[in-house]
Design a protein around this ligand. Structure first.
Ligand SMILES: [Fe+2]
Length: 347
């Protein structure tokens, strides 16, 4: 009886924090009993958060529209993705590619299914030796487009990303299933250093799936009520969608973006997207950035992360190590010391 009251007391003590989380980016149905509540979701809690976040993002994008060309804005507003071939003049791209493929930097690796994802961090000490990379990241063309798609002035976290396909015997990578990352707009961007052919794991995206149409909101509402029977990622708020559901949402099939080197792909990953499974032995290397916003803010807010001066990634890794060493967190990203983007896995 005593234990029952203790558990009940703890549950009640957590409620204010869980209620507060509804005003932020919390998304996991399985972690927050309010987000996962059938009663609240029947009243439209989840779908209402999606709709509110879309409205707020649209308002913030009006503030950020001046940083993007009218053509890119129109493409993004229609499709949710912008693909810019020949992003840099050839000689600048050649310098960027040489800089990043020659780089050795603090590396972390994360295996998802049979795919190995390696990130090289670019803190100021590393970026200082990479003038062309620094110029790209400081350019209006990169910053303006990423800010508009993210609907946020938050500086993106940027890495050199290497995706090694089928590097081990394991179930398939969960990221090859079409999904939405979270309930609100966010950006992911890849400037590819090499051609991405059909068998090399191209990014796929469902054009127009970044919009919370009435059909999409009805789908979100239904998913918020059947999450208990769903896969683990959907239970955590990153909803998986079956290709046969797309037509009912007024959407076409996913399109694979097979693109040459020096293409910048910028997508709102609230929209449905996936990696395509690459052939064994292939590696896809890109300058990669991601950012999200404060979902319900009506105007773009200055980010306190600027105070960290580009050290966010290495600080986050250090914090994760500290927590993991004390059994307080799971270490997803394994420290691999100093490595190059193309070094073979396990070497
Ligand atoms: Fe994703």
């Amino acid at each position: 009886m005593m234990m029952h009251w203790l558990r009940e007391g703890l549950r009640l003590a957590r409620l204010p924090g869980q209620a507060l989380a509804l005003a932020g980016s919390a998304r996991a149905f399985c972690d927050n009993p309010l987000l996962g509540s059938d009663r609240l979701n029947r009243l439209g809690l989840h779908a209402r958060r999606v709709a509110l976040a879309q409205g707020a993002a649209a308002a913030r994008r009006r503030w950020l529209a001046g940083g993007v060309s009218a053509a890119d804005r129109a493409t993004f507003d229609r499709d949710g993705i912008v693909v810019k071939r020949d992003f840099l003049p050839p000689e600048r791209f050649a310098r960027l590619r040489a800089e990043l493929l020659g780089l050795r930097a603090p590396a972390r690796e994360h295996a998802q299914g049979d795919v190995l994802n390696r990130l090289l961090a670019l803190p100021p000490a590393v970026l200082g030796g990479l003038p062309e990379t620094r110029a790209v990241l400081a350019s209006g063309a990169w910053r303006g487009l990423l800010a508009y798609v993210a609907a946020s002035r938050m500086p993106p976290l940027v890495f050199v990303q290497s995706i090694f396909a089928q590097h081990r015997e394991a179930p398939p990578d969960p990221q090859v299933v079409l999904h939405s990352d979270t309930f609100f707009p966010m950006v992911k961007a890849w400037l590819y250093l090499d051609d991405v052919g059909e068998g090399e794991g191209p990014f796929q995206y469902v054009a127009g799936s970044h919009r919370a149409s009435p059909a999409r909101l009805a789908w979100e509402q239904a998913r918020s009520l059947d999450w208990r029977g769903a896969d683990a990622m959907s239970r955590r708020g990153s909803l998986r969608v079956r290709p046969e559901e797309l037509a009912g949402l007024g959407l076409g099939p996913a399109v694979q973006h097979v693109v040459p080197a020096n293409t910048l792909v910028v997508a709102d990953t609230y929209g449905f997207h996936a990696r395509t499974q690459g052939a064994a032995g292939t590696v896809r290397i890109a300058l990669w950035g991601q950012a999200h916003s404060t979902p319900f803010a009506p105007v773009p807010l200055p980010s306190p992360r600027r105070l960290l001066g580009g050290r966010e990634a290495v600080l986050a890794w250090a914090l994760q190590d500290w927590l993991a060493a004390r059994g307080l967190a799971h270490r997803h990203w394994v420290d691999r010391g100093v490595r190059g983007a193309g070094d073979p896995p396990g070497a």
